[in-house]
Ligand binder design. Structure first.
Ligand code: 13P
Length: 251
């Protein structure tokens, strides 16, 4: 089994002072048994890398452009992230898909740009409430992963981490039950292994959506859930430390 991974997504929140506090809090913890990532706004990436330098925490970005550097005002390229030693990026978060109109094609392009620049992509998939109520949750997630599978070789896919984030559970306090989350994760794993077989060893699959210290243990006890992607709770150092500790014990 892959090591558990806890990734905190600060979204458009946080500050340099909160990064210093978080680094101080996490530095004290023995987190060797789990991987910890913090995905911060682009403007803080370099500062965060410096702050977490002496910790086991790895810093990532939340988005990038899939295009080559050029006349794209306001965008950040994969080459630029690589240049500042940023080795992780979220791709295709539902807020990017829903608010900024990011398409499946763009998600694939961004994922490939990450891989080309030695950045590990954490790609998000997940269904809306209406899709879940219509009984389409599995199909939506399988289709989103299918768009990636069409374009990525087994070796490329092996570098990807996938997060299942049901959109109705993001920022709402609603968590998918561990049973429902496991069901989708098992389907994702089956889809990937049917397509890539043994060429692509176990990919890490994370669950995201209102994860808290109180819910993380049950989620990580599921056989196909390898970690969690944490939004709001990653801004609270006490809660985030508790989540990381719970994941380290779950290993
Ligand atoms: P919350 O944990 O705040 O629901 O956010 C989940 C998320 O979108 C993480 O990427």
């Amino acid at each position: 089994m892959p090591r558990p991974l806890v990734a905190g997504n600060w979204k458009m929140n946080g500050s340099k002072s909160l990064l210093i506090e978080m680094a101080n809090a996490l530095r004290k913890e023995q987190l060797e048994a789990c991987d910890t990532w913090l995905l911060v706004p682009a403007v803080f990436v370099e500062f965060a890398i410096q702050q977490f330098d002496t910790t086991a925490v790895k810093v990532g970005a939340q988005n990038l452009s899939g295009q080559a550097p050029g006349a794209l005002t306001g965008e950040v390229s994969a080459a630029m992230l690589e240049d500042v030693d940023c080795r992780i990026s979220l791709v295709g978060h539902s807020e990017r898909r829903q608010i900024f109109g990011e398409t499946d094609d763009e998600v694939v392009t961004k994922t490939k740009a990450c891989i080309d620049h030695r950045i590990q992509p954490l790609v998000c998939v997940g269904e809306t409430l209406a899709e879940r109520q219509a009984g389409q949750a599995k199909q939506i997630v399988v289709d989103q992963i299918g768009r990636l599978m069409e374009k990525l070789t087994a070796a490329e896919m092996a570098a990807v981490v996938i997060a299942y984030e049901p959109i109705w559970a993001i920022g709402t306090g609603e968590v998918a039950s561990a049973y429902d989350a496991q069901e989708i994760h098992a389907e994702m794993r089956r889809t990937l292994s049917d397509y890539y077989g043994l060429e692509c060893p176990q990919i890490r699959l994370l669950y995201g959506g209102s994860v808290r210290a109180s819910t993380v243990k049950e989620l990580l006890a599921q056989p196909d859930i390898n970690g969690v992607l944490v939004g709001g709770a990653s801004l609270d150092k006490h809660e985030f430390v508790q989540i990381c500790n719970a994941a380290a014990i779950a290993d």
